[in-house]
Design a protein around this ligand. Structure first.
Ligand SMILES: Nc1nc2c(c(=O)[nH]1)N[C@H]1C(S)=C(S)[C@@H](COP(=O)(O)OP(=O)(O)OC[C@H]3O[C@@H](n4cnc5c(=O)[nH]c(N)nc54)[C@H](O)[C@@H]3O)O[C@H]1N2
Ligand SMILES: Nc1nc2c(c(=O)[nH]1)N[C@H]1C(S)=C(S)[C@@H](COP(=O)(O)OP(=O)(O)OC[C@H]3O[C@@H](n4cnc5c(=O)[nH]c(N)nc54)[C@H](O)[C@@H]3O)O[C@H]1N2
Ligand code: SF4
Ligand SMILES: [Mo]
Length: 767
């Protein structure tokens, strides 16, 4: 029997609506949903491969439990029994901080990942929280926390209305956008140009996005904060600062001007390897545009001055009056946002409320750096116990975080590890219990995270396209049961977790004077929630209390789950609107332009003016048909140009004696890898590029296709010691490496036509 079903695509941040073809109980195809209110039919090759991703035969079908050293298929009851038996005694004996929680990227792409980790963390009471945020966007959270008092108040560029986009360290033609949810990002960039707008791209590589730009600046990696500081200085010097409507909401302008003294284009140009005249032009163009937005991503975050770069992006938007105005950068308002409170001073944003045990890294947003996970497991100190058990949810840090070799060994040494993951991969192979969620077609979907970062306010929800198969468990239920198992409530009804959250949320809401349910009876309100299950009732609750909600009757036309279900292609909530000062939660109630931790970090940036790395610098790259570490097992998405090769410039290749297609040895502080060279002038001289998420050659995994073309783990080149100090974010770009031809040395035998790739750790042991 054939039919179709709608499903929001979970494979990147663009959140396109898909129409799935379903035949005989399985997904057989996917196309863009033309009626989707946001994506309007757009689809990319990954979304088009949804069926292959969904049907991958290597997805685990049942839980696995380790017995006598081996992972064996088990029932759900056996699996959760094993979790409860192992974790509770550890917590009781050594304390909650000895249980580490590791949350990976796909948590922002599942409902389970949005709804349950907060309960898990709070329920366990552990401070050992590590997430993909500290190999990604933590600097932006910290800069937003400091500027606006809210780590989640991240302005997004108004792509559809801006007249000028300055795009830094992002490649949306491959990534489809990040911290800027915009289905058909490429089309929106073309539309910008078609309406007479301009696009400038700053990237050490001439990416597909850069090729679309009116101007491409091939900066030396890691120096964007210097360039942005110099742009701000030009605005001050040339009297181009114009706050406009922002003026009453901003404090610290004079202090900022003083603090940036000396970061002139002439001073920073040699470090950035960008002409001073170009930097001045960038600043003048930004100031002259009718509307403009500065937007920066991975290449600006995963660098030594990531927080300062993130801060300076917003500073430039503010100095040119582009923050919070149409065509500039605005704060989205999602349907599940908390009821907006009246504007006024807040509690501000605290950093470093506690520190990691070994290297004393400050927490940021309640998290410790993922780079420090291995040492928190394998290093003893006098003050406190090491991590003895780890819970990973949708995380593959052995490939995604610096120094996978060390982490690999550390995970193998744990007393206990549980992984919620559909695959047995480089990380989950160490687990004692693996809890596999069903494929995406059998999960409901709502983008809690990405709707708060979208270029248009809208709301969509899709129920599972297919029912759960026998012996399967919804990921929401897996997570609820996991919460119960590790908090001493093993065996209780999983809906208890949802009821607890609903009860607490309503109890708080009825106390808030600005809430539409102020003063009402929380139990009576809870009884009015609709939905087939706990997660749906929680969605209903958030929608009804949210900024567009029905307020449980206060605004009868407002949103409810029922109303959303009646609009399967979503509900458009309009373009982004100016919102200041309401989103501000700083102590002053204003945008605090020069927060103290930022001022304290500026001397480090000043030192960087004198730095001129002599050797090669490594940067990453993404490919349209890939996604971090987990999509190399899909034959339809691998091959062609999606390969793990080292891009290097012809001039560097000639100097090093490297020929295209031959193996090269790349050496970094954490280890070395041997990988085929791809000589291309798409990278600037002095820069080499290797994609991440590869290195699928470890034993004990079940990724049959990926293992056939494993690639190498770029993160083995890092030793985990390079961090942005304010955010704890790993430095993954602009990393010094040495490159040499490998075809003459003792590296593994390789033919020029089909070089094999291999990775070795710092000790030289084969991976
Ligand atoms: N050198 C370098 N390293 C990088 C980066 C880089 O640019 N360069 N990028 C960094 C960034 S931005 C990120 S976000 C991280 C990502 O790194 P991770 O956080 O490790 O995320 P992924 O590799 O996307 O996937 C992690 C796991 O999620 C599992 N998974 C997939 N779907 C689901 C699901 O529905 N439910 C559950 N429970 N699990 C699922 C996969 O099987 C996989 O094991 O990598 C970082 N690492
Ligand atoms: N197809 C695909 N899509 C994805 C992913 C994927 O793996 N594949 N991953 C998803 C995830 S988790 C994320 S976080 C997003 C990331 O989304 P993007 O940030 O758009 O991702 P990248 O393609 O890594 O782009 C980063 C760019 O920064 C450049 N760069 C490196 N160092 C520097 C520097 O010092 N300065 C400047 N100015 N540029 C620099 C790199 O050359 C690269 O082109 O993509 C998401 N979407
Ligand atoms: S752009 Fe992203 S959300 Fe859209 S179809 Fe492709 S992978 Fe899915
Ligand atoms: Mo990411």
């Amino acid at each position: 029997m054939s039919r179709t079903a709608l499903r929001i695509c979970p494979l990147c941040e663009a959140t396109c609506g898909l129409t799935l073809s379903i035949d005989d109980g399985r997904v057989t195809g996917a196309r863009g949903d033309r009626d989707d209110v946001f994506s309007k039919g757009f689809i990319c090759p990954k979304g088009a491969a949804f069926a292959a991703v969904d049907n991958d035969p290597d997805r685990l079908r049942t839980p696995l439990v380790r017995r006598d050293g081996e992972l064996r298929e088990a029932t759900w009851d056996e699996a959760f029994d094993a979790v409860a038996e192992a974790i509770r005694p550890l917590v009781e004996r050594y304390g909650p901080h000895t249980v580490g929680i590791v949350l990976g990227n796909p948590n922002v792409h599942t409902m389970a990942g949005a709804l349950y980790p907060p309960v898990l963390i709070a329920g366990l009471g552990t401070r050992s929280l590590f997430t993909a945020s500290t190999v990604d966007q933590m600097p932006k959270h910290v800069s937003s926390g400091l500027l606006y008092g809210d780590a989640y108040a991240i302005p997004v560029p108004d792509l559809d209305r801006t007249g000028h986009l300055l795009l830094i360290g992002a490649n949306p033609l491959e990534s489809n956008g990040s911290l800027c949810t915009a289905p058909d990002f490429p089309g929106r960039l073309r539309a910008l140009k078609a309406r007479g707008g301009t696009l400038t791209v700053i990237d050490p590589r001439r990416t597909r996005t850069a090729r679309l730009a009116d101007r491409h600046v091939a900066i030396r990696p890691g120096t964007d904060a210097l360039l942005l500081a110099a742009m701000a200085t030009v605005l001050f010097e040339e009297d181009l600062v114009e706050l406009g409507d922002l003026a009453p909401h901003v404090q610290g302008l004079d202090e900022l001007r003083t603090a940036l003294h000396g970061f002139t284009p002439d001073a920073v140009a040699p470090a950035c390897d960008v002409e001073p005249g170009t930097i001045r032009t960038l600043a003048r163009e930004l100031a002259a545009a009718d509307s403009a937005a500065v937007y920066a991503r991975i290449g600006s975050c995963t660098v030594p001055h990531g927080t300062l770069a993130g801060w300076l992006v917003d500073v430039l938007n503010i100095l040119t009056g582009n923050l919070d105005r149409p065509g500039g950068a605005l704060f989205p308002q999602a349907a599940t946002d908390r009821t907006p409170r009246p504007a006024g001073p807040g509690h501000g944003f605290a950093l470093g409320r506690w520190h990691s045990r070994v290297s004393r890294h400050p927490e940021a947003k309640g998290e410790l750096p993922l780079s420090a996970l291995a040492e928190e497991i394998d290093t003893a100190t006098d003050d406190g116990e090491p991590i003895r058990a780890v819970i990973t949810v949708a995380a593959n840090p052995v490939l995604s975080a610096p120094d996978g070799e060390r982490l690999d060994k550390a995970l193998a040494s744990l007393d206990f590890m549980v992984s919620v993951d559909p695959y047995l991969n480089e990380t989950s192979r160490h687990a004692h219990v693996v809890l596999p969620p069903p494929p995406p077609s059998r999960s409901p979907h709502h983008d809690f995270a990405f709707n708060t970062l979208a270029v248009r306010n809208q709301v969509r929800y899709t129920r599972p396209a297919l029912p759960l198969e026998a012996d399967r468990m919804a990921e929401t239920e897996i997570m609820a049961r996991l919460v119960l198992a590790v908090t001493g409530q093993h065996g209780a009804d999983p809906s208890a977790v949802d009821d607890l959250v609903i009860g607490r949320t309503l109890a708080r809401a009825v106390r808030e004077p600005h809430s539409p349910v102020h003063g009402q009876d929380p139990r009576a309100l809870a009884a009015r929630l609709t939905g087939d299950n706990g997660p749906e009732r929680r969605l209903d609750l958030m929608l009804r209390l949210g900024p567009y909600g029905d307020g449980f009757g206060a605004r009868p036309d407002g949103l409810t789950l029922e109303k959303l279900l009646a609009h399967p292609h979503g509900i458009d909530l309009g373009p982004l609107r100016p919102r200041l000062p309401q989103p501000l939660k700083t102590v002053s109630g204003k945008v605090e332009l020069l927060p103290e931790p930022i001022a304290g970090d500026l001397p480090r940036l000043r030192q960087a003016i004198a730095e001129r790395p002599a050797g090669l610098l490594l940067v990453g790259r993404r490919h349209l048909r890939s996604n971090n570490s987990w999509m190399h097992n899909i034959p339809a998405l691998t091959g062609g140009t999606n390969r793990c090769t080292l891009h290097l410039h012809p001039a560097d290749a000639e100097r090093l004696g490297v020929r295209d297609g031959t193996p090269v040895r790349v050496k970094g502080a954490g280890g070395e890898v041997t990988v085929p060279a791809e000589v291309t002038d798409a990278v600037r001289p002095g820069v080499v590029s290797l994609p991440h998420g590869w290195g699928h050659d470890r034993p004990g995994t079940r990724l049959r296709h990926a293992a056939g073309n494993p690639g190498v783990n770029v993160n083995q080149l890092l030793d985990g010691s390079l961090l942005d100090p304010l955010s704890g974010n790993a430095v993954l770009n602009g990393v010094p490496v040495e490159v040499s031809p490998a075809d003459t040395g003792p590296a593994p035998a390789a033919t020029a036509a089909a070089p094999t790739a291999s990775a070795t750790g710092p000790s030289g042991t084969g991976a």
